[in-house]
Design a protein around this ligand. Sequence first.
Ligand code: CA
Length: 224
Amino acid sequence: MRILIAEDDQVLADGLLRGLRTAGAAVDHVADGCEAEAALLTNTEFDLLILDLGLPRLHGLEVLRRLRARGSALPVLILTAADSVDERVKGLDLGADDYMAKPFALQELEARVRALTRRGMGGACATIKHGPLLYDQTGRVATIDGKLIELSARELGLLEVLLQRAGRLVSKDQLIERLCEWGEEVSNNAIEVYIHRLRKKIEKGPIRIATVRGLGYCLEKISG
Ligand code: CA
């Protein structure tokens, strides 16, 4: 899961970054509205935008308005001051999916993030089923035939992306974008290594990750 945080309060941003990374997300941070807009224009692989409305240079509501005007359906959680009912209403009217009024408990924000990203991925259900494989998006736990599969954070991230796009091609570049934060160097070779490890752990019975030479990978559809 890849999340963009647009928040100019550095202390709050640091707390969010720490919490969401611990929960297993790849998180990027910008501190003003123009940077947020630039990030959204250049990167389409985000699963969620956490958007403070009181941002310098470009107001959060304007960032949101432009995003929706471009036709993006990216889930957006807005952060507002406790007393700003008007802004909250405007934000929701402009197409925000949810809001949190400051101050809030990180735990609650994390729960809302999980709910929003599940919805964004086309299912309100917390569990994805792929043949004998069950993936619990809340606990980030995968089992095959009821047996727990031990996966590293990277392998989990990879499995998540492949499951969300089962039956479709996912390019190495897409995997890199989805899994990595800015400034993190992950090469094509590293992706191959992660895929290799993941295959060893999950390719059982009908579960197969196909390599589409030169293009990427595809978690093959299981019929029935
Ligand atoms: Ca602010």
